[in-house]
Ligand binder design. Structure first.
Ligand code: GLP
Length: 239
């Protein structure tokens, strides 16, 4: 793991955006793994800016998102389809982008098809990850085993609590999601994880200093050969 502790969230955002932009500049037909949540928003703003300035062209690149809530229409303002459209896709020129369909009748088929689609595109070149306060990645919550592939996952109570700030009331937060599995994430060629703020400090410490343990889902990243972690001083405060 290459851990870089940066001065503040803004530095995390710009460095993250630079790594994504260089990936696409070096390999225009890159397959990017993208994430939602508040953490990547500022990086997406940089990518949009650099694209508008003519510095990065995404027209040969493809993206796959990590996850989507189960049961939300893509037009729901808290769906990850809506988020990605608003925060990135409508403002850059990706060749194609995929997000799990959380509104499907047949979740098993959706998960298999999503996993196969990633494989058929040659796998993910660079996977961007945020980090849950319980150290989840995607919606892979603390569990007794590491999950292999894209699947339906139950959200942990702490995740529902953390994500309720985006919904009108706590009962509106979906309880399940389709998520890439830990195996899917680990098959990415490169991984870039970003986190900032005090609320992530414990998860960062457990990921970096603790044992590799499915109760700390992101701890598996210690076994990946090309992981970059960008965190600010606050997220690094317990290291
Ligand atoms: C969500 C998403 C994750 C995200 C995490 C952190 O539940 N499923 O992919 O990384 O929580 O979110 P935030 O960046 O808002 O702290």
């Amino acid at each position: 793991m290459n851990i870089r502790i940066l001065t503040n969230a803004e530095q995390v955002a710009i460095n993250c955006a630079m790594l994504i932009a260089s990936q696409v500049i070096n390999k225009p037909n890159s397959v990017l793994g993208l994430s939602t949540g508040s953490s990547p928003i500022r990086s997406y703003e940089y990518l949009i800016k650099w694209h508008q300035e003519g510095l990065v062209d995404f027209s040969s690149a493809t993206s796959f998102n990590l996850d989507e809530y189960l049961g939300l229409e893509p037009t729901h303002d808290q769906s990850y389809h809506y988020f990605m459209q608003e925060k990135l896709f409508s403002k850059i020129n990706l060749k194609q982008s995929f997000i799990p369909n959380g509104n499907t009748e047949n979740t098993d088929e959706e998960c298999i098809n999503y996993e196969n689609k990633i494989t058929s595109m040659g796998g993910i070149d660079l996977q961007l990850l945020g980090l849950g306060i319980n150290a989840h990645i995607g919606f892979n919550e603390p569990d007794s085993t590491f999950s292999k592939s894209t699947r339906v996952a139950d959200l942990a109570p702490s995740t529902i609590k953390a994500n309720k700030r985006f919904f009108e009331n706590a009962d509106d937060v979906p309880k399940k999601a389709i998520t890439m599995g830990i195996g899917t994430i680990m098959r990415s060629k490169k991984i870039l994880l970003i986190a900032y703020g005090k609320s992530k400090a414990e998860a960062i410490r457990n990921m970096v200093k603790g044992d590799i343990n499915p109760m700390v889902p992101s701890s598996i990243l210690n076994l990946h050969k090309d992981v970059t972690i960008l965190i600010d001083k606050e997220a690094a405060s317990l290291l």
